[in-house]
Every structure is written in C-alpha cells, then in structure tokens.
Write a protein that binds this ligand. Structure first.
Ligand code: GDP
Ligand code: ZN
Length: 427
C-alpha cells in the first residue's frame, strides 16, 4: 500500500500548516526530513532538511503508531510554518520518497474506515463536523462522530441476533418432546428494536433541519409590518419596507441563527384579495411557502384573524405596538417585544431539536424503513406459529443486514465514492 501525504490544514498563508503522512512507510518521512523518528505521541522540535542538507523549516514533528493513529496506519504530522514556499519544498521532498504519493480527497478518512477506526456513520459525521456552521450542527455532528449512532445500531444488532438465534434453536429442537415457546421473548425483542426505529424515523425531520436549516415564515396582511419585522429580527435591512401595500411580491429569505439553530426567515407577500396578476402570483407563492415552513409568525393588526390555519408552535403577534399602546403587541419601530419573539422562536425550535434523531441522511432513513418492514414481516410470521419460525428468522436476518449497512459492516463499496465525494483534500 502507498504511503500518502497531504496538507491537512486550509490552503494559504497561516501561522501553522500541518502536513499529514499516513501509510506503512510514514516514519521514514520523519527520518528523511527530520533526521530521526521522534518517540510516538511526543511533539519534537526538529530542523527539516532536504536531501542536500539545506534547512527547509523548523517544525514540530509528531509520530503516531498504527494502533493509535487516526487512520490506523503509522502517521506522521509536520507542523510547519504556514508559508507557501515552505509547504512546496516539504511536499516535494515527500513526493520523491519511494512509495509516497499525494492523498486523494478524503483518503485519510477512507483508510480510517478500512482499518475500523471509524464506522460509516462517523465518516459522514466527520464531513458534517467539518462543514458545521451553527452550534446545533456542531453538536449533532459531534454526537454521531463520537459513535452514538453506530452504538445504537450495534445494540439493535445484538438484540436481533439474540431473537433470530432463539428462533433457530427452537427450529433445531422442534422434534424434541418438550417444545419451549420462545415467541414471547422474540416478539418483545423485535418490538423493542421496532420502537427505537420508529423514534429515530419520526425525529429525522428535525435532524435534517439541523443540517439544512429551519424555515420560519412571517405572514399577515399587506402593510401590517412583515418586512419591518424581518429586518428587526435579522438586525439588518434585508427586505424593502414601504407604506404602499403590496411591495413584497416575491418571497425574501434571510439566513440567520436563532438559539444556535440555522434559520431561514421568509418575508412573504401580504395576504389579501388582489387584482394585479403579479401580486396574485406572489400571494399564491406566499401561501405555499407559509404552508411548508416549519413555523409561522402571524403578524396581525388590531381586529385581524390569522388567514391561514394556525399549527402547534406557530406564534401570533400584534404589530405596531407604538401606535396602539398595547403592551402585549410588538413594534419593529421601538423594538418592543422583538427580543422576546426571538426567544420564543428559539424555544419552539429547540423543543423540536430535542426530539431529533441521530440519523440525518436519506440512506439512514431507507435503512430504518427497510429494517422496520422486515421486523413487521417477522412479527406477522411469528403469529402464524412454529411452522413459520424459519421464515421469520430469515426476515430478522435481513433486518440485521439492512442495519449493518448503516455502519458499513457489510459490503458498501458503491456507497463510499458517494460519501467521500464531499470530502476535501487532506481529510
Ligand atoms: P408589510 O407590507 O407587512 O411588509 O409591511 P412593511 O414592513 O412594509 O410596513 C408597512 C408600513 O408600516 C411601513 O410604512 C412601515 O414603516 C410601517 N411599520 C412597520 N412596522 C411598524 C411599527 O412597529 N410601528 C410603526 N409605527 N410603523 C411600522
Ligand atoms: Zn413587506
């Protein structure tokens, strides 16, 4: 196997740049550049030299033995001064070493997977972790990266293997005098896993929102103050406000963070009976977007009723408190109630996040659904009596294989290219 190397930190000028080397001959890179192989896991300050003896940089050199490295292979890290010229010279020396080559994007992580240092869900979570922009994205990615989803799958797997084994033992001893009825134990085990799968499936939309953002739509009649509210919430002039009704004809989106969650605020066309065909189109779109949004803020003038169905979690506020003097209302002009509205939005969205599953991807959903289908089939077969135990246990085995694919236990080669396509160089 080749020994691979790449810049592990971002490209460009920096205080420090890390070049990572992984593979069977990694330690010989330390020898070639630093003159010796420092003790594993001890940072050693060394002058790095090219083959002619010229000093390229003074750098920290860190070695990791195969059992204790990210990739599961011998790894060496060079913590260089982050200059383009130093990098180029060090990479050139590495490229000239026999059996060494530049790593492909994601190749370090791929080797970690191949050596069982990470399971497939952790590989995905690592990609998410590197991409994380909000606090909630970081927390979810970190939880999965720490192996939480993998451990859950392992637990299910153990439970299902126990159930299938019970059935198979019963089949083997079917001719014995005293048949033991195992169906209650098996049923209980299958139902436990099934309930977990259900919970994960129902929490997936929240998990998906943590990755891609929640949509919050501001709805109400023209001129009630929707665009002004969007600006007040976002803290900048993102939407055009005016005293002429019907100004906001298209949907305006502003991305922001509320309570650490990624949120897209939508300012929609005012809902009213309109003559103008362009405005009518805007209103139709506003209704659609408000309908599919995760949450709606209904902004009302005195005496208004919400024009759309109000769902659990939706917020209703009266606008222009400064004109009405109503202490319950909000005002984008004076700021009254705006902080509280942000807090309430954060609370509502955070409650949804509490129910989030650890699974975030379509491939997880498919595996959960297929696994659940197999368990349902097995449960139906169990009810038909011992003659069907063999088919029931086969269904349980299929469920196990579906769930194993989640963590990469069974052959998932075709998946890997897809997953690693999202990695950048040096990861
Ligand atoms: P939209 O059509 O619902 O988006 O309403 P706009 O945000 O464009 O506001 C319509 C008019 O109401 C503009 O003249 C705003 O300046 C005014 N307005 C918005 N919010 C307030 C408020 O809190 N107090 C007062 N006095 N005027 C407001
Ligand atoms: Zn508007």
């Amino acid at each position: 196997m080749d020994t691979i190397f790449a810049l592990a930190t971002a490209n460009g000028k920096a205080g420090v740049a890390v070049v990572r080397v992984s593979g069977p001959d990694a330690f010989s890179a330390a020898e070639a550049l630093a003159g010796d192989i420092p003790a594993p896991r001890r940072a050693a300050l060394r002058k790095l030299r090219d083959p002619s003896g010229a000093v390229l940089d003074e750098a920290l050199v860190l070695c990791f033995a195969s059992g204790a490295s990210f990739t599961g292979e011998p790894v060496v890290e060079f913590h260089l001064h982050g200059s383009v010229a130093i990098l180029r010279s060090v990479l050139r020396v590495l490229a000239d070493l026999p059996g060494f080559r530049m790593a492909d994007p994601g190749e370090f992580t791929r080797r970690a997977l191949d050596h069982d240092r990470l399971d497939l869900t952790q590989v995905e979570a690592l990609a998410d972790l590197i991409e994380a922009e909000t606090e909630s994205q970081r927390v979810l990615a970190m939880t999965v990266f720490s192996g939480a989803l993998g451990r859950m799958v392992e637990d299910w797997r153990a439970e299902l293997i126990a159930a299938a084994s019970l059935l198979e033992v019963t089949i083997d001893f079917a001719d014995e005098e005293v048949p033991v009825d195992v169906s209650d134990d098996v049923r209980a085990g299958l139902l436990r896993v099934r309930a977990d799968l259900d919970r994960q499936l129902s929490g997936m939309s929240a998990a998906e929102r943590i990755r891609s953002g929640f949509e919050v739509a501001i709805v109400g009649r023209p001129n009630v103050g929707k665009s002004s509210l969007l600006n007040a919430l976002a803290g900048r002039d993102a939407a055009i406000t005016s005293e002429h009704a019907g100004t906001t004809r298209d949907v305006i989106e502003v991305r922001m963070e509320i309570a650490g969650l990624p949120v897209t605020l939508l300012d929609t066309a005012g809902l009213r009976e309109a003559e103008d065909p362009v405005e009518r189109l805007g209103i139709a779109r506003a209704r659609d977007r408000a309908d599919t949004a995760d949450l709606r803020v209904f902004l009302l003038a005195e005496g208004d009723e919400p024009e759309l169905e109000v769902r659990p979690g939706d917020l209703i506020r009266q606008s222009k408190a400064d004109l009405s003097g109503d202490p319950q209302a909000i005002s984008s002009l004076t700021g009254q109630g705006i902080e509280q509205l942000l807090t309430d939005l954060g609370t509502t969205l955070s409650e949804r996040v509490q129910r989030s599953s650890l699974a975030t991807r379509e491939r997880h959903r498919v595996a959960f659904l297929e696994g659940r289908d197999c368990l349902d089939a097995a449960l139906r077969l169990l009810d038909l009596g011992p003659e069907r135990y063999d088919v029931a246990s086969e269904e349980v085995r299929v469920a196990i294989r579906r769930l194993e694919a989640l963590i990469g236990r069974v052959d998932v080669e075709n998946l890997l290219d897809h997953i690693f396509a999202s990695f950048c160089l040096g990861k």
